[in-house]
Design a protein around this ligand. Structure first.
Ligand SMILES: [Zn+2]
Length: 550
């Protein structure tokens, strides 16, 4: 009887929220050819409620995990403390951990359960260069000036997945539900450096459903392609001949000249590239000192486009220009692939199932303190002071690829072409931030992130239970994957059989900052929160007089 009542309540709530979403239409509502998956039978809906309640009950633990990883602030391929901590948590909770996965010291796969379906849960763990920032402070105030920090919010996704997995595990154990949970970390996502190698190593070979999570400022999910880009990340190394730059410059051949000529040429060519392309570079080696003709110089490019063919084409143009620059300067050039990402294509069935759960969970309840922090940093950055999300984002999907004008990339794209995948976006951040910036770190160890991650964990846990108990959904997901998504487009990895993950990257930076950063690692045995450990009054924002309100 109690179960039936619960089911009735859920059915009514579902009808109501779907109605509201539909009325809202446009950006807020689901795409016209898409609707949230209808509720399952009463027994399954009850199990989903139980899983969500378990995730909710874990919120203190979730807060500790979010704060802990925030305090580590490790760049791509150097997520040593982060991975040690997260795998420790998983082992303590009965997961079997395989470390050093796919030739990456900070990569791992943690598995629990047995049999089908196999559900993979992934999220990124690396941070952003020079994005160190005190949480809860609404203006630029680094913990350590120049140090890396979580200016993308990647400290929150694996904690979310762990909370969801442990919640689902409890229900699975109690109800003797078959299935395997497989957690994995997005190592070096900012370098799009790992996921193609995970695919190559076979991480997703036996996986039925892949649930990814990425920080955002609302609860949402999407399906299909037609947004963002994929990319290849390539470094060109030029080799010349050194000489005294004043005494015998005619003896030298400058590798830096080649780098500069390539960059100038690329920027002229830009006018004649498709509007969809996005490309950018940094000079990773510009020589040693002016009076020594640079014998070595290097430049690192991200070549982004909206589909596989165009990404390949863009790289070929880059290769040609590098060769031409080498010819002009009588230097030699070689190149290496540092990362790659396929454009994303997300699964319709899983997105619709997840969206139904998003409608049930809803947005967290923000306090005045949360909104004050949000408005504080929005004002500081001269953005509209809109505070935090108060209306659920819609479900986006079925966009026309021809309308795609490009945007960012994520190597979850590679996973999405190998197994039905979606990305859950959860509200741990503040709207209007620039991205890849200290400002994006401000909320990431505050109640905003803690509440947003718990809301996301509930959605994720419910979706896991859906996939475990409703085999028809897994079947539909694969039908979409086989007959729609991959009908005319097959996955061809950008990484070749001889390419290796760029695991040396960022090692020097961490070597430089880690000793100082260690002093600020979060100690949950002494402090309830990282804010408390740092002695930060929440929130700290500038007052209107321009003074600081500490
Ligand atoms: Zn990211």
């Amino acid at each position: 009887m109690r179960t039936q009542n619960t089911a009735l309540t859920i059915a009514l709530a579902w009808a109501l929220v779907v109605g509201v979403a539909a009325q809202r239409g446009g950006r807020g509502g689901p795409p016209p050819d898409s609707k949230p998956t209808p509720p399952a039978d009463a027994r399954i809906e009850k199990l989903k409620q139980d899983a969500a309640a378990e995730a909710d009950a874990m919120r203190i633990f979730t807060q500790q995990m979010v704060d802990q990883v925030f305090s580590y602030g490790e760049l791509g391929f150097q997520e040593i403390e982060t991975s040690k901590y997260l795998t420790g948590v998983l082992e303590k909770n009965g997961f079997t951990v395989e470390r050093g996965y796919a030739g990456m010291p900070t990569a791992w796969v943690a598995t629990w359960g047995s049999g089908k379906p196999v559900i993979a849960l992934g999220s990124d763990i690396d941070c952003i260069p020079q994005a160190s920032q005190k949480p809860g402070v609404g203006y630029h105030d680094p913990i350590i000036a120049g140090a890396p920090g979580h200016g993308e919010g990647h400290n929150s996704g694996v904690p979310l997945n762990i909370a969801a997995a442990l919640a689902a595990k409890k229900v699975m154990e109690r109800e003797h539900i078959a299935g395997t949970l497989k957690l994995w970390p997005g190592v070096a996502e900012e370098l799009v450096g790992a996921k193609a190698y995970f695919v190559r190593a076979g991480l997703f070979k036996d996986v039925d459903v892949s649930l990814f999570a990425h920080v955002g400022n609302n609860l949402g999910v999407s399906w299909g392609g037609g947004t963002g880009t994929g990319l290849v990340s390539v470094e060109y190394m030029f080799k010349g001949e050194s000489a005294h730059a004043a005494a015998a410059p005619w003896r030298g051949r400058s590798a830096l000249d080649a780098v500069e000529l390539m960059d100038v040429a690329w920027n002229f060519r830009r006018e004649h590239l498709r509007l969809q392309q996005r490309s950018h570079n940094v000079i990773t080696n510009g020589g040693d000192q002016p009076n020594v003709v640079p014998q070595n110089a290097a430049v690192w490019y991200y070549f982004r486009e909206v589909d596989y063919e165009h990404i390949k084409e863009l790289r070929e143009i880059g290769d040609t220009m590098a060769k031409a620059a080498a010819m002009m300067t009588n230097t030699a050039v070689s190149s290496r692939l540092l990362g790659s990402a396929w454009p994303q294509h997300m699964n319709k069935t899983i997105a619709e199932t997840m969206y139904a759960n998003i409608l049930q969970v809803g947005l967290p309840k923000w306090d005045d303190t949360d909104i004050t922090l949000a408005k504080g940093i929005q004002t500081e950055l001269k953005q509209p002071a809109i505070g935090l999300a108060t209306q659920l984002g819609g479900m986006r999907g079925g966009l026309n690829p021809a309308d795609n004008l490009g945007g960012p990339s994520d190597d979850i794209g590679d996973v999405s072409w190998n197994v039905p995948t979606v990305t859950l976006s959860y509200p741990a951040n503040i709207p209007g931030m620039p991205g890849h910036n200290w400002a994006n770190a401000i909320s990431m160890a505050t109640p905003i992130a803690h509440k947003g991650v718990t809301a996301g964990a509930k959605v994720q846990a419910m979706t896991i239970v859906d996939m475990l108990t409703r085999p028809e959904l897994v079947q539909q997901a694969w039908d979409y994957f086989r007959t729609v998504q991959t009908k005319d487009q097959k996955y061809v990895p950008f990484v070749g059989p001889d390419d290796k993950p760029a695991i040396w990257m960022n090692a020097k930076t961490l070597e430089q900052y880690r000793p100082e950063m260690r002093k600020f690692y979060y100690d949950p045995t002494k402090y309830k929160s990282y804010l408390e450990q740092l002695g930060i009054k929440y929130p700290t924002v500038r007052t209107t007089t321009g003074g600081e309100n500490r």
